[in-house]
Design a protein around this ligand. Structure first.
Ligand SMILES: C[S@@+](CC[C@H](N)C(=O)[O-])C[C@H]1O[C@@H](n2cnc3c(N)ncnc32)[C@H](O)[C@@H]1O
Length: 230
């Protein structure tokens, strides 16, 4: 069901609860996105020597929804900063978080939620990922994340276009983590599939120059996949 199917003062939370109820694997996927990002950061964030290099981690999320993933990522990166082994004395990391969504109500909701939770450097933007315009005047990013969104763009051509845009927006060594449906639904048009198998994601990303593709986890109808920009 779409956001517009819900009403009442808590309609955004009701919509998210409905997503979680219909696809219980979302929780494991969100954990996988967060865990993959934290591990990438702890391993040096793309620095070949493994030395920690970031003082600011620039994160982009596509299809931010009710900002649940954003909150988990921001909390996890904040927690990671407190570990002595992961912190360079005198230069704690900060996170700049940019989120894109097509729904103005979600952009407003997410911005308020994250600011109220005490997170700074949050920039949620209303944009349509099927355009090219949203990529102008943003980036580069160290990490790009997405949960249950890219299948909504409409199929393999749109997915390839988005992955190409992300390759352009990522800094060298940056990581892409995308968790999405990888099994078709019965209602899907087999002539125009939009929930595409892991191998298709791998092929697209490799052809665009991404490296180190990994299927981090597959559960239910979804998979959490990562790749890096060299
Ligand atoms: C199924 S929801 C997932 C939301 C969130 N990532 C989560 O997992 O809770 C898909 C999200 O993608 C957004 N979305 C869909 N098509 C989009 C587009 N063309 N451009 C930007 N956002 C889009 C929707 O508004 C929605 O917030």
């Amino acid at each position: 069901m779409a956001l517009s199917d819900f009403t009442g003062p808590d309609y955004i939370d009701a919509w998210t609860r409905d997503l979680d109820r219909r696809w219980p694997e979302r929780e494991a996927m969100a954990d996988c996105v967060v865990g993959t990002l934290v591990q990438w950061r702890d391993e040096g964030g793309g620095e070949p020597s493994g030395e920690k290099r970031h003082t600011v981690i620039r994160v982009l999320e596509l299809g931010v929804g009710a900002a649940g993933l954003a909150r988990s990522v921001l909390d996890a990166l904040a927690d990671a900063q407190t570990g002595d082994s992961r912190t360079v004395a005198g230069s704690p990391d900060s996170v700049e978080y940019t989120g894109i969504d097509i729904e103005p109500a979600l952009v407003l909701h997410g911005q308020e939620l994250l600011e109220k939770a005490g997170h700074r450097e949050i920039r949620l933007v209303r944009a349509d990922l099927r355009d090219d315009i949203w990529t102008e005047r943003i980036g580069p990013f160290d990490a790009v994340l997405s949960l249950q969104t890219l299948h909504d763009l409409g199929g393999i051509d749109a997915l390839e276009a988005a992955y190409r845009q992300l390759h352009g927006l990522l800094a060298p060594g940056g990581i892409l983590v995308n968790a999405d449906f990888v099994v078709p639904f019965e209602k899907d048009n087999p002539e125009r599939p939009r929930r595409l198998p892991v191998e298709t994601h791998k092929g697209l990303l490799s052809s665009l120059g991404f490296i180190d593709f990994r299927c981090e986890m597959q559960q239910g109808k979804m998979a959490c996949m990562s790749a890096r920009r060299p």
